[in-house]
Design a protein around this ligand. Structure first.
Ligand SMILES: O=C([O-])CC(=O)C(=O)O
Length: 177
């Protein structure tokens, strides 16, 4: 396993600290996401795509620069894709995963499916999704970017911070470290 490009963190430790948070700033995603990427833990500010069985805007995102410059330095973003939890088409495969790694994305979390599993695990990027599905999408140019999305019933907003490790995935409106 390769070294992640971030300081070590633990989603369990975050939950110990924030488990009584009533503000809604701290959220835990349901444990339905499987790990398909070469990076087992990843974190970063969120960029969102909403689409349904059409990965036009997923491709556009991973083909673009994945990192942003902030006052405290350069940070790699996490692409969060609200794919409507469709199990009928794959929103990301080997080519798009390679583009995400090449363009500096920290990770991709998809409420939907992925394909080309043998290629995904070779890429130095985090990838979480519901399941493998060999069927690709049609690219119909339909989708939305950078809007609040609901992932498995949990709101995730552009610019919020997502942390994923072997125990799970948490989202926070403020950085946790
Ligand atoms: O292009 C697609 O629709 C997904 C795919 O197979 C890839 O990323 O290699």
């Amino acid at each position: 396993m390769s070294t992640p490009a971030h300081a070590p963190f633990s989603t369990c430790d975050f939950c110990d600290v924030h488990k009584n948070d009533q503000s809604g700033d701290f959220r835990v995603l349901p444990p339905v996401f499987k790990d398909f990427g070469g990076l087992k833990s990843f974190m970063g500010p969120v960029y969102t795509v909403q689409c349904f069985e059409d990965n036009t805007f997923v491709k556009q995102a991973v083909d673009s620069q994945g990192w942003i410059d902030t006052p405290t330095g350069r940070v790699a973003q996490v692409l969060v894709v609200d794919g409507g939890a469709s199990l009928r088409r794959a929103l990301l495969g080997g080519n798009l995963a390679a583009a995400a790694a090449r363009n500096g994305w920290a990770g991709v979390l998809i409420d939907g499916c992925v394909r080309d599993l043998a290629e995904l695990e070779q890429q130095q990027v985090g990838i979480r999704a519901l399941a493998p599905m060999p069927l690709p999408t049609e690219k119909r140019q339909q989708g939305l970017v950078q809007l609040p999305v609901r992932i498995q019933g949990v709101w995730v907003r552009p610019g919020e911070w997502l942390y994923a490790d072997c125990d799970g995935v948490v989202v926070s409106s403020k950085p946790l470290m």
